[in-house]
Design a protein around this ligand. Structure first.
Ligand SMILES: Cc1ncc(COP(=O)(O)O)c(C=O)c1O
Length: 412
């Protein structure tokens, strides 16, 4: 049985019929969100009952928009580990520090959750094919889940998109288009193509189902911390699916009485060359303004000049007494090396920006040793071109000579 009550506009509150394939609010054009009969969910399932369910995002099935008996299009999304980072914490002078390692998802990024969920649900509601503008990972994930359910997918990405994500989409049989410009340019094209070909537009938060997948990060985090919320949560912010989705998950659990207390302080992190959320937050604006000439960045997922959900992200940052920080390219690269050396995690540059932010927050006394802190490591670094690294030591000569050289180099 589905526990969805209706779909609601996040701005004007207009109610929409959840049985229809929806995009944005039909009254005001803003972002929609799926609402549940949470009292009924709380009666139907307990925290204890979850323990016997397999890991993965459908373990929280009652809090997903799936109908009774609806089979998810899945590759095993979710159930990613919450890794303690004691060596990084000690290095930064922090206490309890965690990374939700979303790089361990199928497709190597957290995009698997949102795209798996929206392709599942929108297919059931009648979508015949999918078109998506992307910075790379979302397009790759859309292609993969489209293949998994035998539906065609078209992906439009900026030319500078990492080759791994383009290959992921191509090998899954998607139509892949690259162009000069940012995801905003791609979005304009997709908005015109989708209605003409009759395929569903999967643009970030311009349909209500992707958020329900991203929300499961919050549900998992709550369970993994023993039904507690951390004090601070850092999120690498582009279109903001997780920044809007994680608090949605927490709020639902709070309404059900599964967690109590205040939400964590959410910290949005962007790259200096394209930081519309950071700018709007510090200017006290109600929504984001388009960022002119977004610079190229090591972290392409953060290069979103006009996020559709700017208003919703800013509200979350303010409601939780959060913060917004923009970091430089050098800080991102240094932080990527730092977390790999100290914790063995080769994370994406987008997530490395969070580590760089912690360094900043610590320096200006904006985070204390007592604050339990979670970072969302959104993808696996191995998906991207390797960063600049020293060359390996090449060995030539006979075995004995090689052995001596190796031992000298190791200096043990
Ligand atoms: C690895 C990675 N991290 C973070 C982001 C930003 O995510 P969101 O659009 O949900 O803010 C993206 C988006 O492309 C991404 O691929």
């Amino acid at each position: 049985m589905s526990f969805v009550s209706h779909v609601e506009c996040t701005v004007c509150g207009a109610r929409h019929d959840a049985k229809r394939l929806l995009t944005v609010c039909e009254r005001c054009g803003q972002m929609l969100a799926v609402c549940y009969d949470l009292a009924r969910v709380a009666k139907a399932v307990t925290r204890e009952a979850l323990r016997s369910r397999p890991p993965g995002m459908y373990r929280f099935r009652e809090l997903t928009p799936l109908d009774d008996g609806e089979e998810p299009v899945t590759l095993g999304e979710g159930g990613t580990p919450l890794l303690a980072l004691p060596r990084l914490a000690a290095h930064l002078g922090l206490g309890r520090l965690w990374a939700k390692d979303e790089g361990q998802n199928p497709t190597g990024s957290f995009k698997a959750r949102g795209l798996g969920m929206t392709i599942t649900r929108s297919r059931t509601l009648g979508a015949r094919g999918f078109v998506i503008p992307s910075a790379g990972n979302a397009g790759g994930a859309a292609a993969v889940y489209g293949a998994r359910c035998g539906r065609p997918v078209a992906v439009v990405v900026p030319r500078a998109t990492p080759a791994g994500a383009i290959a992921e989409a191509l090998i899954a049989g998607a139509h892949v288009f690259t162009l000069e410009g940012s995801i905003a340019t791609c979005g304009r094209i997709v908005a015109k193509v989708a209605p003409r070909v009759g395929w569903f537009d999967l643009s970030t938060l311009k349909e209500p189902y992707r958020l329900e997948g991203k929300k499961t990060m919050g549900l998992e985090l709550a369970e993994q911390l023993g039904w507690r919320m951390p004090d601070v949560l850092l999120y690498p912010t582009g279109g903001g699916t997780g920044l809007v989705g994680i608090p949605k998950g927490y709020e639902e659990l709070r309404t059900m009485g599964w967690v109590t207390g205040p939400l964590p302080r959410f910290v949005a992190v962007q790259a200096e060359g394209c930081a519309p959320v950071v700018k709007a937050f510090h200017e006290g604006a109600e929504t984001t303004a388009a960022w002119e000439n977004p610079a190229a960045t090591e972290a392409p997922g953060l290069r979103v000049p006009s996020p559709f959900a700017g208003r919703q992200m800013l509200k979350i940052l303010r409601d939780t007494r959060g913060d917004a920080v923009a970091v430089s390219e050098k800080e991102i690269v240094d932080a990527q090396h730092l977390v790999a050396r100290l914790e063995g995690i080769w994370t994406v540059p987008e997530a490395a920006a969070l580590v760089a932010t912690l360094v900043r927050l610590k320096e200006r006394g904006a985070i204390t040793r007592e604050a339990e802190t979670v970072m969302v490591f959104t993808g696996a670094g191995i998906k991207y071109a390797p960063p600049a690294l020293p060359a390996p030591t090449d060995l030539t000569g006979g075995d004995d000579e090689i052995v001596e050289r190796v031992i000298r180099a190791l200096r043990v």
